[in-house]
Design a binder for this molecule. Structure first.
Ligand code: ASP
Length: 417
């Protein structure tokens, strides 16, 4: 018998057994949610699947059973909610594998009815994963789904996403898509069942931005210690800076684009931004996944860098110390990489501030070895930019020019902070 989404199955592959509920998959892999709550993605090639229980034989959650239809109010803008999983989609029941109460726009609207005053929503679950399981190919698939929704007339997109790697996905979509409408990433630090959950506030603020004229990829999350605003962060300048606080997301080397006042719904901006319909919709989502972000630590062996060169990596971002340094014995490896046309970009562990490799000897030597200064870019953004650039272009000189350029405000012309 063929297995389907929602069935409890046992998958055996290469002597390893996985047991859990079959989750939606758009990659061809079998995705199962295991009892631990974690997902496993298994290539079906050579895997044996045994059905333990069909989904119709499992108890249906009462919440999922009583779904209404999506209400539509004339005159309101159209917003698509694409869910990738994470805590924000925690209406999904991780204990049973969640398929019985699978995420839909209707699930969100039932949980947060205030949203229906802001827009008419439709929704799709693209993935149902914790964001630590995201991959470059998933960013590509997500970008295609976003573009499809915009082509189908969405006035704004909300992407519900786990918070851990949201900044990578947001930066990736920012490089990939020229967007005429807002594309808003939102998540929550605390699940809906907790009294201090930030999911309703974040979703409502995200919806406000999705119908605004901020036609960029942004991250909209709880703004400060009080419960009165959400920050609107530019996708290429944002970072999760706390493991558990609701105001974990901060713009680094930049102000946020603005804020949403939770009480009034008003948006207040303090930075220039791309306006609605300013850009023609375009998608350039080729990526080179074989890029590495390497953190330098005192005394670390240059063999670490050597490994990536010999393993065929196509681009390397170094998270150096201070103004952008590594120890002197790493410099020959940098030179070896660049002489093989592997771009090397240096960013800083300080996060705040700008790379300047012209002050100290090591910095000058790093530049002589052909490294590119990552300016005031976040290391993660530099990595995503490297993947995107090398996906677009193979010529080394042209790739270096793009890496040095400013594509999505990932580089400030001068440091503001
Ligand atoms: N680990 C989770 C994730 O990133 C945390 C969250 O959802 O916020 O998916």
């Amino acid at each position: 018998m063929e297995f389907e989404e929602g069935d409890r199955v046992k998958v055996e592959k290469g002597g390893v057994q996985y047991e859990g509920i079959v989750m939606p998959s758009t990659t061809g892999h079998i995705i199962i949610k295991m009892i631990s709550g974690y997902n496993a993605g298994i290539d079906p090639q050579g895997a044996t699947v045994t059905i333990i229980q069909k989904k119709q034989d499992m108890p249906v959650s009462s919440k999922a059973a009583g779904k209404g239809g999506i209400r539509s109010k004339p005159g309101l803008p159209k917003v698509s909610i694409l869910s990738t999983g994470g805590t924000i989609a925690s209406k999904i029941d991780y204990r049973t594998g969640a398929v019985t109460s699978q995420f839909s726009a209707d699930d969100i609207l039932q949980a947060i009815p205030e949203l229906t005053e802001i827009a008419n929503f439709s929704g799709k679950a693209i993935y149902n994963i914790l964001s630590e399981n995201m991959k470059a190919e998933y960013w590509q698939e997500l970008s295609r789904a976003v573009v499809e929704e915009i082509k189908n007339g969405a006035d704004g997109i909300i992407i519900a996403h786990g918070t851990d790697t949201m900044m990578y996905s947001a930066a990736a979509l920012s490089f990939m898509i020229d967007t005429p409408v807002p594309i808003v990433f939102v998540g929550s630090q605390r699940s809906a069942d907790r009294p201090s959950s930030d999911n309703a506030m974040n979703a409502i603020c995200a919806a406000k931005v999705a119908v605004s004229d901020i036609a960029e990829v942004t991250v909209v999350m709880h703004g400060d210690g009080s419960d009165d605003k959400c920050s609107i962060h530019r996708a290429t300048k944002v970072r999760k800076m706390h493991t558990s606080r609701r105001d974990a997301f901060r713009s680094i080397n930049s102000e946020p684009i603005g804020y949403v006042d939770y009480a009034t719904g008003e948006i207040c901006t303090s930075l220039p931004y791309a306006k609605r319909n300013e850009k023609e919709l375009a998608l350039n989502n080729s990526l080179e996944p074989k890029c590495a972000l390497v953190k330098f630590t005192p005394g670390a062996s240059p063999d670490i860098l050597g490994y990536f060169i010999d393993a065929g990596y196509k681009g390397i971002v170094i998270e150096g110390t201070g103004l952008g340094h590594v120890s002197t014995d790493w410099i020959p490896q940098i030179e070896r990489a660049t002489s093989k046309n592997i771009p090397v970009m240096v960013t800083s562990q300080c996060l705040n501030g700008r790379i300047c490799d012209r002050v100290y000897d090591t910095g000058r030597d790093i530049l002589k070895a052909g490294a590119i200064e990552g300016e005031d870019m976040l290391p993660e953004v530099a990595l995503v930019k490297m993947m995107w650039t090398l996906g677009q272009i193979q010529d080394y000189g042209a790739a270096v020019d793009i890496l040095k350029g400013n594509i999505r405000s990932e580089i400030n012309e001068r440091s503001l902070m």
